[in-house]
Design a protein around this ligand. Sequence first.
Ligand SMILES: [Zn+2]
Length: 280
Amino acid sequence: MLYSIDKHILSGPDVQTSLCTGKDSGAFASGQPDTLVLHFTAGGSLASAVKTLVSPDVKASAHVAVGRGGEIVQMVPFDRIAWHAGVSSWNGRTNLNRYSIGIEIDNAGRLSPSGDGFVSWFGRRYERAEALEAMHRNERTASFWHVYTEEQIEACFQLCATLVEAYGIKNIVGHEEIAPGRKTDPGPAFPLDRLREQLLVGRKEDVRNPLIPVAPQAVAVGVVASSLLNVRKQPHKSSELSGEPVARGTRVEILETSGEWCRVKIERQGWVAKDFLRIS
Ligand SMILES: [Zn+2]
């Protein structure tokens, strides 16, 4: 494991502690936490997010925040109830703060097209490459979302793996899933379903866990941009083909991405080279 936990405090590469005081609701009940809640900060930097989250004037807190270089700042020990979920419900429980560790990820959130680039709600400009067009799981049309960096996603996966081990975590949810009318974080740019598949599916206690989604939801839509595109069973060039290739112009739902590959849904599923998709 990249990270370790001692007395409910994380340590590891690029991990800092900046504990706030008076911004928790005491210790978890016994057997808790059993859930991780993922968020985006909807902000411009890790430093500004941490400053807000530790401020005594702001009635919000979270256990950790993950920066765009994969750096982590812990603000609340993992055995105390932080204030990140707000009004929320999941699987018959309400006020998920009582059951969960809150992970904030530095990301601007939804972006709006502006000139040849994009702009965040707080007015910062972003390049084309920093925006992903994708459909949110709670919405019916695609919009633009600030991408997460690879370092950040890797740090989140490692952090979550460490927490799953240390606390016997059974559920990993997005804020958007426990407060769907109100929240859109971490949004479609974060590979939440892949995180759950990697960390929870196959764990013995989760075989009968109803919280693991069975049917993956599209994170984006693509159109085949080469004349014929091979579909493979695994995300590599030497993998066995999965049925006939698909023709130019075919619309595919992108269920997840892995490096240079996208797992897509046509009338069938398989892996295609990302280069030959026009992702809208
Ligand atoms: Zn949130």
